[in-house]
Design a protein around this ligand. Structure first.
Ligand SMILES: *[C@@H]1O[C@H](CO)[C@@H](O)[C@H](O)[C@H]1NC(C)=O
Length: 391
């Protein structure tokens, strides 16, 4: 009996013992095996072990339109650091830009405005934004996207909820001082400010822009994130007056659930926080560590931590939902990739020599990484050669 004459389920079982290299070799044997060996089912368990393939820890697939085999191949480029770097946009004055990626559209804040830019598959400089969201008197500090809204927080203390597909916008009462951070999910907005409060707002159409809670904090609030479960949110503060800069709050009641980060030293403020799941949280900031928190255990421990080797602050992080974290440092535009299973960083890219700029924001999908520095927006393309998209 020939290999390909085996029943499908037996063949799957046999192939499930093979590693990447052997599978790729086997698929070159004949057309029949090739077709079989290219199926997602054959690659699924390998893809789960690779970084940034879009297979999350919970088993969901974020990019079902791209064959897993191709994503495993691109994943090797991330691991080895093979990429093509491009400057997408440059400007003259130093800014504190923030970005969000939604498929092929990149939203970039520059001073008081946010532009929506269409990115081209083949790369190249971007020019005019397809849409501009404005309304702030001072620079936009941060903004988020929901299915319906773009919500921006500004140095002028304002929070504006723009309709993404129209020109209507609503201004919320905002804060007494600059609004450093904002997040939104499930019809709720959470904001944090230099005025030492966090506020919870509603986006529901009856009371749009109503403030549900004002929560006093001991410190300036630098970062917020709403849990995927939507029942709670986390605030990251400056850590000057306060020995626990990370706090979890109940969204509905606006009450404290728990404090994290009791061991943080004075000044170790938290600049970015991101939930990976309702139970797992990542944080980074002035203490030069990425920390991974498990909110399930009663102790709500920091279960892992990774130290920035150059002893500088970390401004931003994003996780692939599985093994990879990308972080942005405060000097020389250094971006690092981390594999959570190792303590040392996997790759680092220095984007801004000879001048120094923090990486203010980074966003990635399985093929590209975008970073916003003080005077430029960079794209790193990890595809190697162009990936096929399933029709
Ligand atoms: C990642 O984003 C870029 C630009 O938006 C897009 O061209 C590319 O197709 C995206 N890749 C995936 C895997 O979605």
């Amino acid at each position: 009996m020939l290999l390909y004459q085996l029943p499908d389920d037996i063949l799957y079982l046999v192939l499930s013992y093979l590693d990447c290299k052997s599978l790729s070799r086997l698929s070159q044997v004949c057309k029949k095996i090739h077709n079989f060996a290219n199926r997602d089912a054959v690659w699924r368990s390998i893809a789960r072990e690779c970084i940034n393939t879009g297979m999350t820890r919970q088993g969901t697939d974020m990019y079902p339109q791209i064959p897993l085999k191709d994503r495993v191949r691109v994943s090797q480029n991330w691991r080895r650091g093979h990429h093509r770097k491009e400057v997408l946009l440059k400007w003259k004055t130093n800014l504190l830009p923030w970005i969000q990626l939604d498929r092929d559209v990149l939203y970039l804040s520059q001073a008081a405005d946010i532009g929506a830019y269409h990115l081209r598959m083949e790369g190249g400089r971007i020019r005019r934004p397809a849409a501009v969201y404005s309304g702030h008197q001072e620079d936009v500090c941060r903004f988020v996207l929901t299915d319906t809204h773009l919500i921006s927080a500004g140095g002028d203390g304002k929070i504006i909820a723009h309709h993404r597909w129209g020109c209507q916008w609503v201004e919320l009462c905002g804060h007494g001082q600059e609004v450093n951070c904002v997040d939104s999910q499930g019809g709720v907005i959470v904001s944090g400010s230099r005025d030492r409060t966090a506020r919870v707002w509603t986006l529901s159409s009856e009371q749009l822009g109503g403030c549900l809670h004002t929560i006093p904090m001991l410190d300036r609030v630098w970062s917020v994130a709403i849990s995927p479960s939507q029942s709670s949110f986390v605030t990251g503060t400056a850590c000057c007056e306060n020995s626990t800069p990370l706090r979890i709050w109940d969204t509905e009641r606006g009450q404290l659930v728990t404090c994290l980060g009791g061991q943080f030293r004075h000044g170790a403020g938290v600049l970015d926080v991101a939930f990976e799941s309702p139970a797992l949280l990542l944080s980074c900031g002035h203490d030069t560590y990425i920390r991974y928190w498990d909110l399930r255990t009663s102790a709500r421990n920091c279960v892992m931590q990774w130290e920035e080797p150059h002893d500088c602050a970390l401004y931003c992080i994003q996780s692939d939902g599985n093994h990879m974290i990308a972080s942005g440092s405060s000097y020389y535009g250094v971006v690092r990739l981390w594999d959570k299973r190792h303590t040392r960083c996997l790759q680092s890219f220095q984007l801004s020599p000879p001048t120094s700029s923090p990486v203010y924001c980074l966003r990635f999908n399985t093929s590209h990484l975008y970073t916003a520095l003080a005077t430029a927006l960079f794209a790193l393309d990890f595809r190697g050669h162009v990936t096929k998209v399933r029709r």
